[in-house]
Design a protein around this ligand. Sequence first.
Ligand SMILES: [Zn+2]
Length: 115
Amino acid sequence: MEFVDPVDFSVWGRVIPGKVGDFRKWISNRINISQLAAHQLFGDVVKDGNLVQIHSDCNWSRIPAMLSCIPEFIEPGSVVVAATGIYPSKEEKYCEIHNVYFRLGACPVCTDPPA
Ligand SMILES: [Zn+2]
């Protein structure tokens, strides 16, 4: 049977408090905004210790590569994977097998496992 990659996923992590400047440079390059705009958009997110999106719209098969490519300003151990469009939180469902947050039905990776 042909393997169809399940829904897209995003990778999230928490910025190390002392490395907020590095994050600001990174995100401003990535989404092409000024560092001031990055500060205005993401300053509170980082200050409050919320997760920021590091990679987005990855097929499940690309997740291992994405997880090995985490910027150094992200706190080790804070990295999580979520179905795209979902902020990883206790409000969402979580698959302990795949360590992934999702919202509807069953885990998208369990339901449509890679061959
Ligand atoms: Zn699963």
